[in-house]
Design a protein around this ligand. Sequence first.
Ligand code: ATP
Length: 709
Amino acid sequence: MLLKKLVLSGFKSFGKTTTFEFPSDVTAIVGPNGSGKSNVAEGIRWVLGEQSMKSLRGKRGEDLIFNGSDKASRLGKAEVKLVFDNSSKQFPYEFDEVVFGRRVLRDGTNEYLLNSSVVRLKDIFELLSRVGIGSTQHHIISQGEVDRILWATPAERQEMIEEALGLKEFHLKKKDASKKLTETENNVKQVEAQRREVTPHLTYLSQQAEKMKAFEEYRVDLNKKIKEYVDRETATINSLKGEHNKDKEPLAKTKKELEDAIAVLNKEIQTAEQEFSGVKAREDIHGKLSELEDRHKSLNRELGRIEGALTAETHNTSGSISLSVFMRELKEAVSFVDNLMQQESFEALKSGLKDVKVKLEGLGKLCAGDKTQGGGGDNPLGAKKQLLLTQLAQIERSLSVVQSEREEGGLMREDMLSDLREREQKLRSHEHELESVREQLREIEFSESKYKERDEELANFVKDLNIKHEPQKDANMFGTDKERQSLHRDIERLRIKLEEAGGIDGGVVDEYKETKKRDEFLSTELADLKKAEKSLADLMHELDEKLHKEFRLGLDNINKEFQKFFNDVFGGGKALLIYVEPVTNEEGEEEGGGVDIDLDIPKKRLKSLDMLSGGERALTSIALLFAMSAVHPPPFLVLDETDAALDEANSQRYADLLKDLSTKTQLVVITHNRTTMAEAGVLYGVTMSGEGISKLLSLKFGQAAEFAK
Ligand code: ATP
């Protein structure tokens, strides 16, 4: 027993909350016309999601709310609850009861409830389809609608049969899959369009990013090379500095020593030269000597002449001094004095004066006729000769003195000179050496200026590049300048490349990464969507196949039961449901198709269903309805005066069929037919009160049959 309870509150004529319990396989609702019996069936139809107001005999939701009467005021809300037993867990809930609810307010608010929680209509349908209750509500046969299945189009009929066979679930699934497929196809189109948009931009960004990558590589390489350059150039300059200092220091020291030594030597040479010039002052000895020698020669010549004259005198006896002789002698004396006047040395002056004295004495004697003079005694020539001899003797003495003086002075001078020469030579050698040292120092300074230039260049280089880098101490020096220049060129080349690449926006890489990520995401999404598309298409195909197979099988089974019930009711004849395949039109859509009914009533030639009488139509419909319910029993069936058109004999057949069917399906029948009532386990009597409100009177189990009698 699935159906447990129905509670109507404010629904149509049920102005007061009324509860119907369904403890029996067959529940009959009886009562006078207009008491509200059909409202019960409609309550069940409505709570299970009926959308057609027409089938609820109303126009608006408001029409379902108790409208009041002369004695009872109208209500603001209609609510119906249908309680199902779920102890066998037919519904996927752990509760033993599942309560479907629906309410409508006068403002039009319409709500569905499931165990008191508001849910969507879709949820209600889904849940009901699990227990074989579909939205076509073929299991609720309203008053006068028993032959609905006969009047239905083949397509509608097919739907009813499919629902009765419990295939509605497949349809729902198919519909769901189809909806999802359409959504997926739209999504695929959207994603493909997005990808088409992204692709050219991505290609452009990828090229830019490649350039940027190369730019990055250049930058890294450049930084590396700059650091290497700075390290190595610093090391090279430092090494050059060290070497120069190493060479320069001893040279500077040598230079200083040489300069000192030269200064000392210059001083010594100056002193020596002064000393030497002192010795040189006595160099007049030479003059004196030559003068003495000249004097000596002249005296000797004079002596020779005198002696010649004396010899001649021996032949000339006059014995007096001639004037010429006197003048000559006087002239000589004067020349002596002249000589003396030029003498500086006191000794020479003294000696010269002696000579002058002798000369003058000789001249005196000559004038006096001194015969003692000269070899001849008082002969003036002889005196003169004597004088000359004296003078010669004196000069020879002087010569010997001067000569020995000269010898002494000469030796000293030579010593001094050689000493001086030695010093001068040493000075020259020192000066030479100093010049060489200076040359070396100049060379060092020249190369120093070069590395100072390099130092400056390096500082400018670092400044220009605006880099902060502490040079490494253990860096390798440049082996050659060529090596340095080569690295410098590499740096310049890289800088140019970087400048050329400078036009690329740095954000391009981020944008590329983002766009690539987006493209990858879209690609993955597209793959997923296509996969989903395929699996949905597969599912739809599977569902189609299954549906088709189950439907054909179900239809065969219904046909068997239909034929059987038809035979029972009509005592023979033919009743057959025929499946007509739909036709695919030019647009590729399926049309036509459905289920036709082929009937053959004994002794009658039916050209169409229209030719059936009301009772025949009702019987055929009941046969088909029961056949469908027998093949796939619904959890319950509500039959509102389905038996209305039956005569007594057929009412009995109907009652028998009900009995049969109630073993498989819970039945709620609304009837005026006593034969039908007799089959009920529970009988509800509905009456209309004076307030215009439907009221309930229940008779349970055996009481019903009793009541029916
Ligand atoms: P019959 O045996 O003749 O088929 P019934 O017992 O099935 O009659 P219903 O058709 O269920 O009767 O009930 C109709 C009654 O319900 C009418 O009297 C009608 O006035 C009443 N009714 C319908 N809608 C409302 C409403 N909104 N408010 C109050 N009463 C209503």
